[in-house]
Structures are given as structure tokens and as C-alpha cells.
Design a protein around this ligand. Sequence first.
Ligand code: GTP
Length: 197
Amino acid sequence: MTKGRKIIKVVIIGEKSVGKTSILRRYVDKRFVTLKPTIGVDFVMVSENMVTLQLWDTSGQERFRSLEISYYRGADYCILVFDVTNEKTLYDLKLWRDDFIEKTEIRDPILFPFIILGNKIDDPNRVVTEKAAIQWCKDNIGGNLTYFDTSAKDNINIEQVFKHISNQCENQPQSNEIPPEQLISLTEKKSNQSSCC
Ligand SMILES: Nc1nc2c(ncn2[C@@H]2O[C@H](COP(=O)(O)OP(=O)(O)OP(=O)(O)O)[C@@H](O)[C@H]2O)c(=O)[nH]1
């Protein structure tokens, strides 16, 4: 029975090797495997209650950047991933976000839901703390953001990211309501706030 089921397009972007494909594979296949770099674009469909998530994975490598317009088009959510062991991958998120907004021609970027993932928190070489990442995102990205620390390797917060998206989409009927500006981390999060669909 598919009546009432919403299909939500989610794109996952960020620098190469930050763990985008590993996060998706962890969520979809429930395992962590060694992966080859993504070639171009790939997508999977996953059902979460009354929502079907269409998850689009892309390569962080420069030579595939021209594919992005069709990949981004019609996105309901954008997941921006960085690697907590590599500060530059956090700073590059601003470029990824600006590029996404430009290519999708989003009318009001402040309202568009971005989810930031600080991945590889299992790695002892972590250099970006959760607090620092949230502050940097507040100062440099702003708008409708949610932050999660994640590890695809140790399966930390991966399921929660996608549950967060599907819960928001289930709980909110399609509307033009203006959501409150926000930036919340998983640990700070107290209730469903955010916008979508
Ligand atoms: N320690 C640790 N390593 C990870 C984690 N997630 C991914 N990796 C490793 O990081 C490397 C890159 O992972 P990918 O998932 O291929 O990264 P990607 O962002 O999809 O890379 P591109 O396809 O090149 O854009 C691999 O060696 C993974 O095993 C994690 O949570 N912890």
C-alpha cells in the first residue's frame, strides 16, 4: 500500500573520502566495508515508515562535478559531510553548500534543510570537536541546519540521521510554513523542530 507515501530526495555531498558512501552503505546494508571511490552518481531507495528516501550519493572528486546539476535537482534535503580528522573538509562545506544552492536555484536558501555530518568520530586523530563544528556552521553556513557527529565505521548516529529526516517529513504536512531558524546537534535536540517537504 503506497497511498500517502512521500518520496523524499536526499543528496549527500562533501569532499572526497569523507565517508559519504560508507555512511549510506552503513545505513542501507547495515555494514561497513572498504569501498572504491564513487564513480559519478549512484542512488538507492529506502523506506522508513510512511516515507521513502531516495538517497543520492556522488563522488567528491573534481572530475565528476559536471554531473551535479541533474543530481541536485528536486532535492528535499542536502546532507553535507566532512571528516572530523581533516579541518579543511569542514571549511569546504561552505563551497559545497553555495554550489548546491546555485545549481538548484533554491528560492529561499535560509529555509532549505541542510544536515551536517561530522564523520569518522571513531578516529583517535579527530581534530574538529562537535562544539567547534557547530559554531563554525552557525557562523559560516547558517539557516536551517541540523548537526550530527557520526561514524560509519562504528555505526554511531547513522540510523538517527535518516530517522530524523523521515520523522520530520512524516510529521509535517506539505505546507509553505516558515520554519524557525535553527542549528541543533543531536545531543542538544529536544524536540522535532525543522522543516521539510
Ligand atoms: N575511521 C573511519 N573511516 C571511515 C569512516 N567512514 C569512511 N571511512 C573511510 O574513509 C575512506 C573514504 O570512504 P568513502 O565512503 O569511500 O568516502 P566518500 O566520501 O564516498 O569518497 P568519494 O566517493 O571519493 O567522494 C574509506 O577508506 C573508508 O573506509 C568512519 O566513520 N571512520
